[in-house]
Ligand binder design. Structure first.
Ligand code: GLU
Ligand code: MG
Length: 431
């Protein structure tokens, strides 16, 4: 008697968690072609399963999860648990038309705007940092052979699971912090990049569990320890030609786009990291990039230009722009859509950024002020106060912004005044 093989239709919700429902093998074909009914309010359930009281959905309505078979991974059978397929979905109206609150749809809309309004396409790659608990390492010398070796059984399972789904990783390596590791993805179109990154995180969580380990992407599992970030690399193309950088500096197009992100940094930030825990990461000298600026090869700048090598004529065809202020709590579709929305605003204004080539914290305060160099908010309350809904509503539907901010108010209510260690203890079980 063959064992069951479930298919889980999931979506990344407004708190960055993948939720959905599964069907047995017999219902697989029907679910893949016609989707499954779903409850709108489920997009608003937070990390502690609390539904924000002011979420716009309440008990009403019905939508449908429509799967995209390009975004499907099989979690392998293990230790009595059958194989389990996870496929990512759009939330749509039952008739298949667009539902204004779906984050995946919001990214598709942002990409269409990028093409229509600016004639640009984008490639994206992610670097995810995370901790693996339970490895029982004698020590974790940063980036060492022993730390890399200690996690190699997990890395092997993760990479072979992803490879079967056509997902390749560039690296799986030991990072700086105790029990900290990092994956980097291969650059691809932004929707596929986000889908693959979300699936990669789920595969890492699942493979770790099967090995008796626990992987967490929480930005500050130890509020006083090393943080785990998500760095988003992007590059811009016009008619298939890279227009990110030339002569080791951003082009006018990429410069204006980047300046838009700098101008709207606090509002973008609300979409690229979203718990009170996230804001503990924004401290100088931790290579997070907590000053709002662009710096060539500068890891203390919120945005780092990575020019890579120059080609004939001075162009940098491999260059990427790295946004460093995201973390593993983010809804990646919304984070990318916010970067694009802010970038498009920047392309309208056509202002150019300056290069900040040193650690901004080493610049005297008066000089920083003269340069207009600001620090990212250091608490969620400050982050929420700096959020500008009128900007976000140019990038997203007003309904999505309202639903999203209701979730953030609930996070703030639960965690802003909580003991950060206790909050981290709870949240690292979830993220
Ligand atoms: N762990 C740092 C962060 O929180 C990044 C370190 C690095 O890879 O440069 O973003
Ligand atoms: Mg790193």
């Amino acid at each position: 008697m063959p064992r069951q093989h479930f298919l889980f239709l999931g979506h990344q919700d407004l708190s960055g968690l993948v939720r959905g429902r599964s069907v047995p093998r017999e219902r697989r074909k029907a679910a893949l072609s016609a989707g499954l009914p779903w409850v709108p309010a489920n997009y608003s359930i937070g990390p502690t399963n609390a539904l924000p009281p002011d979420n716009p959905f309440g008990p009403l309505g019905e939508i449908r999860l429509f799967p995209d078979e390009q975004a499907l991974v099989t979690l392998p059978a293990h230790d009595g648990r059958p194989a389990f397929d996870l496929v990512l979905c759009d939330g749509r109206m039952p008739d298949g038309s667009s539902w204004p609150y779906c984050p995946r749809t919001a990214l598709k809309t942002a990409l269409a705007r990028l093409k229509d309004e600016a004639g640009l396409t984008m490639k994206v790659a992610f670097e995810h940092e995370f901790l693996v608990k339970g490895l029982d390492q004698v020590a974790h010398p940063a980036f060492s052979v022993s730390s890399g070796r200690n996690v190699s059984h997990l890395a092997d399972q993760v990479m072979s699971t992803l490879a079967k789904a056509g997902i390749e990783l560039e690296q799986f390596q030991a990072e700086y912090g105790q029990d900290q590791f990092e994956i980097s993805s291969v650059p691809s179109d932004p929707l596929a990049a986000a889908d693959r990154a979300i699936l990669s995180m789920e595969v890492i969580r699942d493979c770790a569990k099967q090995l008796g380990l626990h992987a967490t992407f929480l930005p500050k599992p130890d509020p006083t320890g090393v943080g785990s970030g998500v760095h988003i690399h992007f590059s811009l193309y016009r008619n298939g030609k890279a227009v990110t950088a030339a002569k080791d500096w951003v082009t006018d197009t990429a410069g204006a786009f980047t300046q838009g992100i700098i101008d709207h940094a606090e509002t973008v930030l609300s979409f690229s990291c979203l718990t009170a825990n996230s804001y503990l990461r924004f401290r100088p000298h931790s290579w997070v990039g907590s000053y709002v600026c662009l710096g060539v090869k500068n890891r203390e700048a919120m945005i780092r230009l990575v020019p890579r090598k120059q080609a004939a004529g001075g162009s940098n065809p491999q260059a990427s722009i790295e946004y460093r202020a995201a973390d593993g709590t983010a809804n990646l579709y919304l984070a990318l859509a916010a970067l694009i929305g802010a970038g498009l605003d920047g392309l309208k204004a056509m202002r150019q950024p300056v290069n900040v080539p040193t650690d901004p914290d080493g610049i005297p305060a008066a000089e920083r002020k003269r340069m207009g160099l600001r620090h990212l908010p250091q608490s969620m309350a400050d982050g929420m106060a700096a959020f500008r809904p009128q900007d976000a509503e140019r990038w997203f539907t007003p309904g999505l912004v309202a639903a999203y901010m209701a979730c953030r108010r609930e996070d703030l209510r639960q965690f802003a005044n909580a003991d950060p260690h206790e909050a981290a203890r709870i949240l690292q079980k979830v993220y």
